[in-house]
Design a binder for this molecule. Structure first.
Ligand SMILES: Nc1ncnc2c1ncn2[C@@H]1O[C@H](COP(=O)(O)OP(=O)(O)O)[C@@H](O)[C@H]1O
Ligand SMILES: [Mg+2]
Length: 253
């Protein structure tokens, strides 16, 4: 537990609407370095919108998201690397190798891919190889991303996030497209990165059991608000009812 540790990521009174409809309302919570926060909530609760706001991909109408006291929207250039994003659909460049995809994590922007390798220093290339090794895929470095399995592609995406040397990783349902065994491997990896590298990790999940097994804390969202924020060990049937409006057994069905 890291409760009491200084917050790295602060979400403060975030409000977001689409077409006059509130999607996030007065959302506030903190995440510390080394802490794994799982976001749970039914479909449409606003998890993806929140992840996009943290990543600076969507701008809230009110409120602020701060990284070590700095509004994430003010992170410019190289500073933007401090927040890495992992997506459900991996978002790799299919025709590029695993290594080239990881190297993309060293860029502050989406590059033009022509001659992409020449733009990287030897140091960057070694770092990218280390990141691939960390996720168990050093032997796949030269393999095209679209020939890897889903679980392997998500590992490459995590290696790309690692290559950013981030302070925060936000992951939007990173295991929703994977089988249970690959899912467990991915969450173990994310937990290990959060703990050992001191990364503040926010990860939306559909599965309660995975959240309980891997997260330090669980925040439950309903209709754009955080209705529950508890240590994972305290997550029980009554808490699930507050998020999903039904019992744990039915929520998992
Ligand atoms: N770009 C958008 N334009 C309009 N409505 C959106 C947009 N993105 C999300 N929404 C709406 O916001 C609500 C929350 O969506 P989302 O953040 O995707 O929830 P979740 O990830 O929890 O399923 C939904 O009602 C969705 O239809
Ligand atoms: Mg979503």
């Amino acid at each position: 537990m890291t409760r009491g540790a200084p917050a790295t990521l602060e979400v403060r009174g975030v409000h977001k609407q689409y077409g006059g409809k509130s999607v996030l309302s007065s959302l506030s919570f903190d995440v510390a370095r080394g802490e794994f926060l799982a976001l749970l909530g039914p479909s449409g609760a606003g998890k993806t919108t929140l992840v996009r706001c943290i990543a600076g991909l969507t701008v809230p109408e009110r409120g602020e998201i701060r990284l070590d006291g700095v509004n994430v929207l003010e992170l410019k250039g190289r500073e933007r690397r401090r927040i890495a994003v992992v997506f459900q659909q991996f978002n790799l460049v299919p025709r590029l190798s695993a290594l080239q995809n990881v190297l993309a994590g060293r860029l502050g922007h989406v590059p033009s891919w022509r001659g992409v390798l020449r733009r990287f220093t030897r140091k960057d290339q070694l770092l990218a190889l280390e990141c691939l090794d960390r996720v168990g895929l050093i032997d796949r470095a030269r393999q095209r991303a679209d020939t890897l399995s889903g679980g392997q592609q998500q590992r490459v995406a995590i290696a790309r996030a690692l290559a950013q040397q981030p302070d925060v990783i936000v992951a939007d349902e990173p295991i929703a497209s994977l089988d249970p065994q690959s899912s467990a491997g991915i969450l173990e990896l994310l937990r290990d990165i959060s703990r050992n590298d001191g990364v503040a990790l926010v990860c939306s999940l559909h599965q309660l059991e995975f959240a309980r097994a891997y997260a330090d804390r669980i925040a439950g969202m309903t209709a754009g608000a955080v209705v529950v924020d508890v240590p994972a060990g305290q997550f029980d049937d009554s808490v699930a009812t507050r998020i999903y409006g039904l019992g744990l057994a039915s929520a998992q069905a």
